[in-house]
Design a protein around this ligand. Structure first.
Ligand SMILES: C[S@@+](CC[C@H](N)C(=O)[O-])C[C@H]1O[C@@H](n2cnc3c(N)ncnc32)[C@H](O)[C@@H]1O
Length: 183
């Protein structure tokens, strides 16, 4: 019952915030994924109440909710690295790569979990308090591209990402979707 109540509260917040990140990410995945949709295995990291899986239009979805109540990042890193490498056609993380949540080095774990030729979809926010995090995330993504681990197939900056909630920001904050293909 508590889970149901928490899910209700979270999904109400989603409506109030006009939180569109799950559908934006799912659309981007759908645009780029060229494999067998019936057989695709998708890992939704930090899945929360599962909004991303609801939107991703690929058949075989396996979700892994890591430390759902926002506990340590160590748990997330350990959880992912305990999975066999190269297992998933698509690995997605939405709304969790930001300051105070999932640290940037988890990106390499997402990469390891993905099959060669598979896709990694990530999102982050571009509002003021997350700009430093976003810059370090982008440094890491670029660094991994220079290491020829993956190639960027989409970078979309979205102006009306979600409603602002801090007193310093009004209207909507912007955000970004990244899709990388593992080489
Ligand atoms: C804003 S919610 C997004 C949930 C879902 N992906 C969505 O888009 O609806 C952020 C999620 O990241 C998880 N999270 C944040 N920091 C985390 C960490 N360090 N380790 C594991 N999970 C974390 C939270 O528990 C929560 O489920």
């Amino acid at each position: 019952a508590l889970t149901a109540v928490l899910q209700y509260i979270f999904n109400s917040d989603v409506a109030v915030l006009d939180y569109r990140a799950p559908s934006l990410a799912a659309n981007s995945i759908s645009t780029h994924f060229s494999g067998d949709r019936e057989a695709a295995v998708v890992l939704d990291v930090a899945c929360g109440t599962g909004l991303v899986a609801q939107q991703v239009n690929l058949q075989d979805q396996k979700e892994l909710q890591q430390a759902a109540q926002g506990s340590s990042s160590l748990l997330l890193t350990d959880g992912l690295s305990s999975l066999p490498a190269g297992l998933f056609d698509v690995v997605v993380i939405v709304g969790a790569l930001s300051v105070g949540q999932v640290p940037v080095d988890v990106v390499r774990e997402l990469f390891k979990s993905t099959k060669p030729g598979g896709y990694i979809c990530m999102t982050t926010r571009s509002n003021h308090d997350n700009l430093q995090y976003k810059a370090s995330l982008e440094r890491e993504l670029k660094q991994m591209e220079e290491e020829e681990l993956w190639t960027c197939v989409e970078y979309s900056q979205v102006e009306d990402w979600e409603r602002a909630v801090s007193e310093q920001e009004h209207g909507y904050i912007s955000g970004a979707v990244y899709i990388y293909k593992k080489l």
